[in-house]
Design a protein around this ligand. Structure first.
Ligand SMILES: NC(=O)c1ccc[n+]([C@@H]2O[C@H](COP(=O)([O-])OP(=O)(O)OC[C@H]3O[C@@H](n4cnc5c(N)ncnc54)[C@H](O)[C@@H]3O)[C@@H](O)[C@H]2O)c1
Length: 265
């Protein structure tokens, strides 16, 4: 028990970077046990150096490969004596005009961003059910809500993540496993966020500060989101307070998806 609370045992895919790494740091800081699993061995080693050793397990996984996923789930459950939480953070984005998107680009995006969440949830479900307080948190996007040019494959995958969340919420509810989705608007500080920012700089010729200012101005609350805004939503869905929430998709977007700017107001 930590402060009267039983520590949670979590597996976080994409845990070497961005939201996954920040979520791991937050869980470890409150005494939980965490596996960070990622395809990038170098980043995984670097991430491990930034986290406390106590309660931490790190391992390679490719979320697109069923055998790799099964191995990661088993190893995580063995390392921590079970599994209470799965956070599906692994993700990729590829930006290009429709005519330039190769079949491999489409397949890779759908495989990592959608099939990966399915495979990890499938492998983790028996352990989460056994836990009796199981949690799955998927990471959607503003691209789960609306379509954006240059990323039809990412939009299709992220819309699919909400469908997957809702379907699994119903199916896993009898085992007291909740399944929810966090949908952030672009966070420019993660590896993926920096990739998108670089692409915007290259395609528009505008400096990064100008692009950041323009995106902040398009958000009703007037700033770009921070990684901590996204982590707060993930931690909420993992918490006891969220025990009765399942099948939800929560926008972390400063009001962007639910408001339309009206000219002259
Ligand atoms: N940053 C943003 O602006 C933003 C906005 C909305 C949603 N998201 C979503 O949040 C999630 C996390 O993104 P992030 O911004 O932290 O990005 P990130 O690039 O910092 O982290 C993603 C991690 O996923 C890992 N990964 C990629 N392919 C993998 C695979 N096959 N198997 C295992 N790991 C793999 C990468 O190595 C990386 O460490 C993603 O699903 C992303 O689509 C990001």
């Amino acid at each position: 028990m930590t402060g009267g609370r039983t520590p949670r045992r979590a597996l976080i895919t994409g845990g070497a970077n961005g939201f996954g790494l920040a979520t791991a740091a937050a869980l470890l800081a409150r005494g939980d046990r965490v596996t960070i699993a990622d395809i990038d061995r170098r980043q995984l080693d670097a991430a491990r150096g930034t986290l406390p050793d106590a309660g931490l397990h790190a391992m390679e996984v490719d979320v697109t490969r069923p055998s790799s996923v099964r191995q990661a789930v088993q190893a995580s459950a063995a390392a921590h004596g079970g599994l209470d939480c799965l956070v599906n953070c692994a993700g990729v984005i590829h930006l290009a005009p429709l005519a330039e998107i190769a079949e491999e680009d489409w397949d890779r995006t759908i495989d990592v961003d959608l099939k990966g969440a399915f495979l990890c949830s499938q492998a983790a479900a028996p352990h989460l059910t056994e836990s009796g307080r199981g949690r799955i948190v998927n990471i959607g996007s503003d691209a789960s809500r609306v379509g954006f040019p240059m990323i039809p494959h990412y939009c299709a995958a992220k819309h699919g993540v909400i469908g997957l969340t809702r379907a699994l919420a119903g199916e896993l509810a009898p085992g007291r496993v909740t399944v929810n989705c966090v949908c952030p608007v672009g966070v420019p500080t993660t590896s993926m966020g920096r990739q998108v920012l670089r692409w915007k700089v290259e395609t528009t010729g505008a400096p990064p500060e100008e692009i950041r200012a323009a995106t902040a101005a398009a958000i009703p609350l007037g700033r770009n989101p921070a990684e901590t805004d996204v982590v707060a939503a993930i931690l909420f869905f993992l918490s006891d307070q969220a025990a009765f929430l399942t099948g939800s998709a929560l926008d972390v977007d400063g009001g962007m998806m639910s408001t339309i700017p009206v000219p002259g107001t």
